[in-house]
Ligand binder design. Structure first.
Ligand code: ACO
Length: 327
């Protein structure tokens, strides 16, 4: 399996740290020093997750030279689906006219795009499917509590996509997925969640004021779990690829917090210039973050043909994943 093309989409509206200073008791200095985030994008009220996902998909299809009728698998990783059902993937399928595909969503929060990549890889390597469209897309602004300074400064909206295709053994192309690690730990479900709005705690007129349908996070616990688990996953993915961290040209991490990225990088003994960061522009876009970063790194020439790149993400669940890809 190889990545034949990538694409991304960010909504136009920019929400800066200065804008947030007017909403909650915070400062640009606090947000920048604790997270590295300077601004984020916010989708329009009528711009659903599937709209952003479709735009990112169209750009990935164009980059890969793939038409809608070529696609036989669509996986959308999202925690902010358009509707409980049908899946956002089916909305995207309709928008694209990709009628040959089987389409479904997965829920793995910020690790979703890498989970989708590994699921698609199994479909492709088994010979079951040939051309997969995987998308990470989230409209977190819709599940953010804009009165909670602990969380509202962190998140943004966006979508990223990739086309994965079958490789023939004799095509002479060394690019492809070299290794993967994916894991989850359900003991940590409570440290990061949207507790209400599902079957466990439906939103009712009596509890609506509690905003249980917005993100609830124990930041320090998430920070610790992210560093521990992603460092181990990166080491395992590099080792399974038969490489050392010196062989990794570019680290494309989940774009949640620059301090988490620094911790991962330092554990892997990688210099700062190897980590691709765009969180200062977009904040944490959950399932979209690694996909958008990958697309930007490719389009700006940071990732070059033949490079080994390390992708890593973590999020609610707790769920995490890492992959080494040769570009
Ligand atoms: N502005 C100003 N002060 C703030 C803000 C803010 N926006 N937010 C919190 N504070 C205050 C707190 O109230 C606290 O004050 P206190 O000491 O008087 O109680 C103080 O700042 C310190 O807060 P801490 O929680 O200690 O700050 P910390 O250094 O841990 O940084 C942060 C908080 C940025 C949230 C960090 O813990 C973090 O990044 N955690 C990981 C979050 C993450 O990566 N989430 C990704 C998953 S997202 C997903 O899966 C959808």
């Amino acid at each position: 399996m190889k990545i034949a093309g990538t694409g991304s989409y960010l909504p136009e509206k920019v929400l800066s740290n200065a804008d947030l200073e007017k909403l909650v008791e915070t400062t640009d200095d606090w947000i920048t020093s604790r997270t590295g985030i300077k601004e984020r994008r916010i989708a329009a009220a009528d711009e659903a997750t599937s709209h952003m996902a479709t735009k990112a998909a169209e750009r990935a299809m164009e980059a890969a030279g793939v038409k809608a009728e070529d696609i036989d698998l669509i996986i959308v990783a999202t925690i902010t689906p358009d509707t409980f059902f049908p899946s956002t993937a089916c909305h995207v399928q309709r928008n694209l006219g990709a009628i040959r595909a089987v389409a479904f969503d997965i829920s793995a929060a910020c690790a979703g795009f890498l989970y989708a990549m590994q699921i698609a890889r199994h479909f492709i390597n088994s010979g079951n499917r040939k051309t997969a469209l995987i998308i990470g897309a989230d409209k977190l602004s819709g599940i953010t509590n804009w009165t909670d300074r602990n969380t509202c400064v962190l998140f943004g909206d966006g979508a990223g996509a990739a086309i994965l295709t079958t490789k023939t053994p004799d095509d002479g192309d060394p690019s492809g997925l070299l290794s993967s690690v994916m894991a989850s730990d359900g003991r940590l479900t409570d440290i990061l969640s949207v507790p209400g709005g599902g079957s466990a705690i439906p939103i009712t007129p009596d509890n609506a004021h509690l905003r249980l349908n917005t993100i609830n996070m124990q930041g320090k616990e998430v920070f610790k779990a992210a560093v521990k688990n992603t460092c181990e996953a990166c080491e395992a993915a590099i080792s399974r690829a038969g490489l050392t961290s010196d062989d990794i040209a570019v680290l494309i991490p989940h774009q949640a917090n620059v301090r988490i990225v620094d911790a991962i990088r330092e554990r892997l003994r990688m210099p700062p210039e190897k980590a691709f960061l765009n969180l200062h522009k977009y904040g944490n876009t959950s399932g979209a973050a690694v996909a958008i970063a990958l697309d930007e790194a490719v389009r700006t020439g940071v990732v070059k043909k033949g490079d080994n790149i390390l992708l890593v993400a973590f999020g609610a669940g707790f769920a995490w994943a890492a992959s080494v890809v040769r570009w």
